[in-house]
Design a protein around this ligand. Structure first.
Ligand SMILES: Cc1cc2nc3c(=O)[nH]c(=O)nc-3n(C[C@H](O)[C@H](O)[C@H](O)COP(=O)(O)OP(=O)(O)OC[C@H]3O[C@@H](n4cnc5c(N)ncnc54)[C@H](O)[C@@H]3O)c2cc1C
Length: 154
């Protein structure tokens, strides 16, 4: 069901796509609204193995969408550079399709730890204290990646 990339010469290897996904600062999480509109929101995230973790508040549009349909698409872009004279852009991007599910207890803590390690690496101890303080007001989700592609224009 996942389509092949048309421009094969621009396809990144699986390793490059994974590396780009892990390194990007934020990504766009797309879910589907009840009325069929797609809904893309920028979020922070962290990767482990074939999963993407993100955290959020306890309510909101994206959570309502996920309750009805847990299929998601997650997109990141990196290493972009405008090439005005060529009417083009140098870029790398990755798109993951997957299934999102909420994680609890130890896996929730692990997801939050991954986020702190990525975004506040020098503040791990303080970060885990922050996790405890906000525990009940935070939900953590894991996207189990079913298909990942990467594309680059040199
Ligand atoms: C770089 C970056 C990192 C972020 N990291 C996280 C994160 O890790 N976790 C997290 O939960 N949120 C994060 N956010 C905020 C996120 O983009 C959403 O605003 C937030 O998650 C609320 O989403 P919601 O579906 O609950 O919206 P709701 O509060 O339910 O709002 C509903 C409506 O508000 C509008 N809306 C919501 N968010 C945005 C937005 N970002 N921009 C414009 N309109 C909006 C839309 O029209 C939407 O239909 C981040 C934002 C940025 C820019």
């Amino acid at each position: 069901m996942f389509k092949e990339m048309r421009r094969k010469e621009r396809e990144l290897s699986a390793q490059e796509a994974k590396a780009l996904l892990s390194a990007c600062e934020y990504g766009i999480l797309s879910t589907v609204c009840e009325d069929g509109y797609p809904y893309g929101v920028p979020i922070s995230f962290a990767c482990q193995d074939d999963s993407i973790y993100f955290h959020c508040a306890v309510t909101g549009q994206k959570l309502e969408n996920l309750e009805k349909n847990n299929k998601v698409c997650f997109c990141v872009t990196g290493e972009t550079e405008l090439l005005p004279a060529d009417f083009s852009t140098r870029y790398k991007s990755a798109i993951a399709f997957g299934i999102a599910s909420e994680v609890f207890e130890d896996e929730k803590r692990n997801g939050l730890k991954l986020l702190i390690d990525k975004y506040s690496h020098d503040y791990m101890a303080k970060g885990m204290q922050y996790v405890d303080e906000k525990w009940d007001r935070t939900r953590v989700f894991k996207i189990d990646i079913k298909h990942l592609s990467g594309k680059g224009r040199a």
